[in-house]
Design a protein around this ligand. Sequence first.
Ligand code: PAF
Length: 279
Amino acid sequence: MKIISSIEELRDQLRGQLRTAFVPTMGNLHEGHLSLMRLARKHGDPVVASIFVNRLQFGPNEDFDKYPRTFQADVDKLEKEGVYVLFAPTERDMYPEPQEYRVRPPDDLGNILEGEFRPGFFTGVTTVVLKLFSCVQPRVAVFGKKDYQQLMIVRNMCKQFALPTEIIAAETYRAEDGLALSSRNGYLSADERAEAPNLYRVLNQTADEVRAGHLDVFELERKAMSELAQRGWKPDYISIRKRNDLQPPSAGDLAQGAQLVVVAAAKLGATRLIDNLEI
Ligand code: PAF
């Protein structure tokens, strides 16, 4: 595997490649990321991964400084997955001057849910993703469904800018007990790690109630949030939304059987976890 940090060298290395499959990451790779690499391999060749902890998508009081950085262990894992190039730019490579041009997602998608609790987050994500795509020029790129809203926003960006990159969605990779794998799980204490699968359990419970015909969405959300709160969590939101635009379903949408997803973000101690489940 070639490890490249400069954009120019990356372009030289990938020149003429028409079927590149790309997996952008922020490192601290776990099985979930590796499942994205395997899916990428099915959709293209060569597979290119990136590791870049993108300052633009972190708020001033978020965990940019303490975000886990495990570069050598990540390299070893990617080598085993047969990744051809790892693009690992420094901040100077990526942002040699302040990034003044940014991609701002529409408010009705970018400022709801995660965007409401993490102002500017999605502008940071789409800006770096567009820049990474411009560097790698992939035919396909793989994003995990765990970041459901991010996946939708990136997909819509590609569509609106007619980018030649197809976005492939990968299923969420879960531990045996149901907890969605995330680099932030490493922040959990042993007790918190034991509690953490309850987020997914509550999502399943909520989804089951909807499937059973309980359509008072507001009441289901309230019940799910209060159950987590009683267990010591601080939920930011648990919300039943339409899969196609992440807006709340109207009574008409529910009557017509609109496709739904339940999305959640909640703090356990100092760690903020997100998860979702298609209903
Ligand atoms: O999902 C992530 O790890 C990041 O948001 C991404 C897509 C690599 C952009 O920095």
